[in-house]
Every structure is written in structure tokens, then in C-alpha cells.
Design a binder for this molecule. Sequence first.
Ligand SMILES: [Zn+2]
Length: 250
Amino acid sequence: MVEPWLEDIMASYNQDSFDARNSYAAQLHMPGEIFQNLVWWALKSLPDEILVGLDIDFNQQQNSEVDEFFASTQQVEGLFQGQGYLINEAHIVNRGDSYSVHHLPEDWTDDIFAPSRGARAGRFTHWLHTHPNAPAIPSGADADASQETPGVDLILGLRFSPSGPLPWFDDVEGKRRILGKEAVSSDNHASKKSLFRNKNLPVIGIAPSGHVIHEVQLIAFHKSGLGVNVIFTDDDKLPYGWNQLSSNNS
Ligand SMILES: [Zn+2]
């Protein structure tokens, strides 16, 4: 079960993905159920960042109608491994600070992963790591680590309270992709807001860990630096907000 507030912001992200489709070289469909786990894991693992390996199912292609709908004039076929296939599994592989999170612990690099596969080893197709209380914008270390990735790299940025030892860090240049911008100024959360120090921050949802979530960001990129467009999909492999998207834009 995916939380309704998360479905809402995934739907508005999908609208943004559609509007900006021609600035991307490829698309990646992210199942909402898996994405929800990623958000919960990120918050449960604080103050660490986590590195998550994502597997794909070579028996399940992305919905071709959706592929076509989000197709870009800049589309590059065969840009990355697993392009066009559905993500079906996610595993936390490491946790640590922004540097150490990219380096697997020793016991992951022995028999299972050949050392030749690089600093992060290479069993998984895609890799995602988290930026707790920081925007989802790649650092130099992130760009370096992505060179070993056969698929795409993803960064999940979260802004939340209580922030613990991680005050919101915003001094980063780069393009941001925020989920659900329009949810920002709603008054229905006024009673919740007043409980927290930072009173003017929007509350978009509450995690099982008890954290109040103010902002969710997600980006995906290929090691070449090209951006990859993310589309959040439901159990039927259709984008959240599909009815509205397809009727407004057909
Ligand atoms: Zn990073």
C-alpha cells in the first residue's frame, strides 16, 4: 500500500516529467511501492546516507504506451543497461557519510562481487543513494561513483523534521526535481505545522519513523552526465495520475 500523499506527489512529479520530457535522453519507470520503501529506509537509517542497489526484471518491460507517451525528441536508445525494463527489487547495500557510502564493506566484495567490478562492485543494475536534509544534486564523489554503474544513478533528497544532527543544507548549485511543489502552501496542515520549530515549512507527509517530511526530491542520471527522466508507476505499470495526464495531453 502506497500512502495517498505519496501517490499525489508522484502524480505531480509525473506531470513535470511529461512537461520536461524533451530535455532527457532516456526514461526510467520507478514503481511507487519500491519508492515508498526507499523513503522509509532513508529516514530509518539517519543520520547516515544509504546506498541501495536496484535490480531489474528482464521478463518485464516498461509499459510501451507509457514509454511512447513520455518519449523525448532527444531519446538515446541503448544508453544504459536495463533500459526499458522494470525495477523489481531494492536492497540496502551500505550506509555511511557522503564519501564512505559509496564504498562497499569488505564482506560484500569477496566471493560475491569480483574486485574487478570497481569500488562499489557491480551486481546491481541501478544504484540509489540518499541525501538526508540536502537537495538531490550529485557531488563530485557521486559523479565519480557513477562511473561504475551499468544502469543509472539516482539520488533521493529529503527535507524533514526533527532534523537531528543534520540541519537543512541548501548551498548547492544544480537542477532540482521536487515532488509535489504545489502541495507546498496548503492550509490543511496548519495544526501540524505549529508543533514544529520551523513553522512555515510545508508538511507533505509523516513517515513510520515519526519524521515529518517537508520535501522529497529525486533525480536520475547516466554516468555520461545525461539526465534520465523518472516516471513513477503503479502496480499496473501505469504512471500515477495517468488518467489526467493522458486526457489532458492526448
Ligand atoms: Zn551524494
